[in-house]
Every structure is written in structure tokens, then in C-alpha cells.
Design a protein around this ligand. Structure first.
Ligand SMILES: *Cc1c(COP(=O)(O)O)cnc(C)c1O
Length: 352
């Protein structure tokens, strides 16, 4: 690896401010950030510098038109003190797909992966121990063009910053099926991570919260029949002994946790089906006592149990978490694998 990264270290570390409690999740960033600029047709000026505010003109098209995409993933410290990234190649590939969808220049894999490794090495002290938490990684690419015309950007910036986070075990979620709003639709951007996908969901989330739920269970945009995602997580249903999750088809975000959970379940000999699942099928399975477990997957929580689904005037109450079998088992396997306590058969861990 010959890429030249200019490093400007902090004069004094802020590591004393590190907080791993759930309230602080993602609020205190590590000392350094990785930055690179795209201009005149190439990525240049790759650098690691102190985490600090960016000075940018108000007219940049990232702010005006949302020409901005992001990723989210984690690094873990293993039981023997090594720091590893979990499937970083997948996040890099997905960021590049997000860039293509928004006509942003794709960040070269070398800048992303090698830059990230060097960034984590310099902030190594911030990475929590395996029983305490992980390092959350937030890359983004956004247009820095100063032009109030809407057009593909000619200049942009790539930034990765990180935060030490504690383990996050959300309480089992109560979700409300929304038929008033949609998150994604065929031909849209539901299968990538542009910044602009998230603000439009806030109103639906808030309305659900006002009715006593934690968030929204999204249905498909065309028929409003098929379950798609649980907030910003992929969704899984356990019906009898079979695990069903909506198939990817352009409107579902291809979660890396989703893919990992499917792979682990299959390796455990459990039947996993990726197929459309209507909310009526979910309600019927519930009525017949066959809906045993339900959960969401994503980098932040890994796996979040779902306790209740509100649909029209009904509440589908799932069995208590203590009675669940498949969800806790697959979560324990994910946790053991990432902490190096279980062999990494799939080659998912990548040393920093
Ligand atoms: C990022 C994201 C996920 C989860 O993806 P992971 O790679 O598992 O973190 C699921 N749904 C949406 C809408 C997302 O933005």
C-alpha cells in the first residue's frame, strides 16, 4: 500500500471524554477524522486530521439538494486485544453503489479501507473492550459544489469519523404499521443510503411515537401490503420454525447485518426464506399462534427484538423475549464471532 496520507495528530487527546452509556451514543467523536477531496476529476489530498467542524459555503449542493450519502459500520476489539473491522469491504462496496445512484464520484476502495485502518490505528486507545462496546464508524460523501443549479457534482468530500459506543440493547420495540407514508418505492433510492432517505421518515416516526410506539413498520410503496423494514432496520419474522425476511428487490436496504444473520441462520440449519411477506400473512400467523419471534437487524443494535406490531385497530403481541429461541441464539453467535470467541468461518473479520 503506497497511498500517501498526510497525518496531523491532535496536540492533546480528548479520550477522557469518552462515554459508553446509551444516552451518549454517537455524541462524542474520537480525536481524528479521515478526509479526502474530489476535484478536477480525481480524489486527492487524503489526510487524517483532528476531528473538528468543517468550514463550507452555505451554497454547497449537499446542503441545498441532499447530494450526500453515508455508511455505518463498526470495529471491535477481540478478546485477545486485536482490533478488527466487521466486513468493511461490504460497506465500501455499498457506499460506492450509493455514490453511483446519486451521480457522486465513487470513493476508491484503497482510500476507504486503508484510510480507515490508519484512522483507527491512530485512535486505537478509544476502541472499547469486547465486553464494553465497539467503535462506530461513519463515512460520508457529499457534494461541495457551489452552484445553485441542480446537477451532478464536480467536487465533493469524503469524511470518516468514529465514535466509541457502548453495547446497545434497546428495549423490545413496539412498531406501528404505517399505511399513510412510504419509505421507498420502485425506482427510488430505498436500496442505498442517501442522506435524503431519512428526514422524510421522521414525521411517520413521530406520529407513531405519539401513539405510544417506538417507531414504524414500513410497507411497500406500491400496494402498502408487504412488510419492508422496521424503522432503519431490516425485519425478520419467525413463523413456526421458519425465518422469513423480505427479499431484496430495489426498495429494501441490503443490510450487512441482514446478510450475516441469514448466513448464520442457514449455517445453523434453520430454514430461511427471502420472499415477500404481507402484513396480512403476519397477522394471520399471529392469530394462529404461529408467529413466534420478530426482530430487526442493523449495525447500531445488531438485533432488536420486536415486542408488538400495531396494525389498523389491532395490536399483535409477540411472545416474551424470554420465550424466544432463534433470535437470542443468532445474536449470541454474532457477538461471539465478532469478539473472536468463536472461529470466523466466513472470513468476516478484517484486522486493522
Ligand atoms: C443502514 C440501514 C440498515 C441496516 O444496514 P446494516 O448494514 O445492517 O447496518 C437497514 N435499513 C436501512 C433503511 C438502513 O439505512
Amino acid at each position: 500500500m503506497s497511498m500517501d496520507i498526510k497525518i496531523t495528530p491532535v496536540s492533546r487527546s480528548r479520550i477522557g471524554e469518552r462515554r459508553l452509556d446509551p444516552q451518549s451514543f454517537g455524541t462524542i467523536c474520537c480525536d481524528h477524522m479521515l478526509v479526502a477531496d474530489y476535484r478536477d476529476g480525481e480524489w486527492t489530498d487524503v489526510r487524517i486530521e483532528p476531528y473538528a467542524p468543517l468550514a463550507l459555503p452555505p451554497s454547497i449542493s449537499a446542503l441545498q439538494y441532499g447530494i450526500s450519502v453515508f455508511e455505518g459500520h463498526k470495529a471491535f476489539q477481540t478478546a485477545d486485544g486485536e482490533v478488527v473491522l466487521f466486513r468493511p469491504d461490504q460497506n465500501c462496496a455499498r457506499l460506492r453503489r450509493s455514490c453511483r445512484r446519486l451521480v457522486l464520484p465513487e470513493v476508491p476502495e484503497e482510500i476507504y479501507i486503508e484510510g480507515l485502518r490508519q484512522l483507527i490505528r491512530i485512535d486505537r486507545e478509544w476502541v472499547p473492550g469486547p465486553d464494553d462496546g465497539s467503535l462506530y464508524i461513519r463515512p460520508s460523501v457529499f457534494a461541495t459544489d457551489q452552484n445553485i443549479r441542480v446537477r451532478p457534482p464536480s467536487s465533493c468530500r469524503f469524511v470518516i469519523f468514529t465514535c466509541a459506543v457502548g453495547h446497545y440493547y434497546p428495549e423490545p420495540l413496539k412498531l406501528l404499521v404505517t399505511t399513510d407514508y412510504v419509505r421507498a418505492f420502485p425506482g427510488g433510492t430505498g436500496d442505498v443510503k442517501p442522506a435524503g432517505n431519512y428526514a422524510p421518515a421522521l414525521l411517520a416516526e413521530r406520529e407513531a411515537q405519539r401513539r405510544g410506539f417506538h417507531g414504524v413498520l414500513w410497507l411497500d410503496g406500491r400496494e402498502r401490503r408487504f412488510a419492508e423494514e422496521a424503522g432503519v432496520m431490516n425485519v425478520f419474522f419467525v413463523i413456526d420454525g421458519t425465518v422469513v425476511t423480505p427479499n431484496l428487490g430495489g426498495t429494501i436496504l441490503p443490510g450487512i447485518t441482514r446478510d450475516s444473520v441469514i448466513t448464520l441462520l442457514a449455517a445453523m440449519g434453520i430454514d430461511v426464506q427471502e420472499r415477500p411477506i404481507s402484513i396480512d400473512e403476519v397477522a394471520e400467523a399471529h392469530a394462529a399462534g404461529r408467529l413466534r419471534e420478530c426482530f430487526g437487524t442493523g449495525t447500531a443494535a445488531t438485533i432488536a427484538h420486536i415486542a408488538e406490531i400495531g396494525y389498523r385497530d389491532k395490536i399483535l403481541t409477540l411472545p416474551p423475549v424470554a420465550d424466544r429461541d432463534i433470535t437470542p441464539t443468532v445474536l449470541a453467535r454474532m457477538t461471539a464471532l465478532r469478539s473472536g470467541r468463536e472461529p470466523d468461518h466466513f472470513g468476516w473479520l478484517s484486522p486493522v
